[in-house]
Design a protein around this ligand. Sequence first.
Ligand code: FES
Length: 124
Amino acid sequence: MLRLAALLRFGSGRRCRDPSGGARVPSLCSAPPPQPVIAAKEPFPVELQAGKSYGWCSCGHSKRQPFCDGAHKKEAPGLAPLRFTPARDGPALLCGCKRTRSPPYCDGSHKRPEVQAAPLPPRA
Ligand code: FES
């Protein structure tokens, strides 16, 4: 019974394994992953360096937007940064709304009414 309670407590998102390290529970794994929060309603202009590895924040909780600061581990377990390495130096617009269909780059999705109407999370 205690084991079932632990499974249910940890059963959302991708935390679908028995917390004691046991078997994967498929019925718990089918829950959708947590949704990212909107960090900004516009893209972040950045200068990227060719060949350098970057971690784009996909959860929206990072205080180092648009890059990951590890906040997903506490705020959005199940989401992870998108690692990418640009092929050339230069400016880029990285998505701040976390709704792009072309991550990490802005595709204009931030202009959708539901994104523009959404509240922004409080920032410390
Ligand atoms: S900022 Fe997310 S698509 Fe433009």
